[in-house]
Design a binder for this molecule. Structure first.
Ligand SMILES: [Zn+2]
Length: 301
């Protein structure tokens, strides 16, 4: 079952894709010692590291929440039909994401709220879809919450450099059409969604990166966005992905938020972990260790 219950909230895992990212650990996490990966191979393989090819393995997934009668999607993957010249593996995809969403009982028109934890291309793709040659909001009845700092940073009108980088085209095809439809709400600092859910700023990976905190009944959870990309970062807080824009701040944010999760017994649900996707952590000698995994079935390795 791809769904769990936390207090009064249901959380479904909706896959877009999973598998190799086509990068070795040393490429994906620049400066990370090969020795560290080797020492942890026994448990990282096969879900988080390829046994045969030694490539990092991740997932693209949406956390779909039902809370206080509303349907909420957290991050929207890479999207179909998008032109991604810098990333051939993500260029002009044609995946059954909407079918997977339907399997979780969610039709696009049912979605009340879309949250983009940050505005990298792999978190905003299904914000829009191509209809008759035009990008239109996929979720026509939803409000889309976006961190203001990222909205301003990734807007080519403010920062022309972004048109040549990893996020090329992404603002134009996945954000601007939603803004034009009047469905974007920008927030900063902290944003209360309902009695159980709040967004807080978690900068480092990008300037506007955020996480979603859940507290319902006795259950707590941290929807951690991109504060981590491999479970090895639980014990090795210093590792940063090549996509983390401010590595020092990203590491500080990671330490603080995992501390909150450990001290509150919160389930941690990052955006990109493959395998069982979500985990629990405890403090361990200045860092953390993994105490268990969520009951989501492991993705096929
Ligand atoms: Zn990401």
């Amino acid at each position: 079952m791809n769904e769990i219950t936390l207090g009064a909230i249901t959380v479904a895992r909706v896959e877009e894709m999973h598998g190799s990212v086509g990068m070795t650990p040393e490429q994906f996490f620049p400066g990370s010692p090969t020795q560290t990966w080797q020492a942890n191979r026994d448990w990282l393989v096969p879900d988080h590291l390829g046994g045969a090819d030694d490539m990092v393995r991740t997932a693209m997934q949406t956390w779909a929440l039902r809370s206080e009668g509303r349907t909420i999607l957290l991050d929207t993957g890479i999207g179909n039909d998008k032109s991604r010249p810098a990333l051939p593996g993500w260029d002009h995809l044609s995946l059954g994401y909407l079918e997977n969403l339907a399997e979780a009982g969610i039709k696009p028109e049912d979605v009340d709220l879309v949250i983009n934890t940050h505005l990298h291309l792999d978190h905003i793709g299904w914000n829009t879809r191509l209809v008759d040659g035009q990008w239109v909001p996929t979720f026509q009845n939803a409000t889309y919450l976006m961190p203001r700092a990222d909205f301003e940073h990734w807007n080519p009108a403010n920062n022309p450099d972004v048109t040549a980088g990893v996020n090329a085209n992404a603002f134009e095809d996945s954000i601007a059409p939603v803004r034009a439809a009047g469905q974007v709400r920008l927030w900063e600092g902290e944003h209360v969604i309902d009695g159980s859910l709040r967004l807080i700023a978690a900068p480092g990976h990008t300037v506007g990166s955020s996480v979603l905190m859940l507290s319902s009944g006795s259950d707590k959870a941290l929807f951690a966005g991109d504060i981590m990309h491999t479970p090895l970062q639980v014990s090795h807080l210093e590792l940063n992905s090549c996509f983390c824009e401010d590595p020092a701040t990203a590491a500080t944010t990671r330490r603080e938020l995992l501390g909150w999760a450990a001290d509150n017994g919160a389930l941690v649900l990052p955006a990109h972990f493959s395998g069982h996707s979500a985990l629990e952590v405890a403090r361990d000698n200045g860092a953390f260790h993994i105490t268990g995994w969520a009951p989501f079935p492991a993705y096929e390795a």
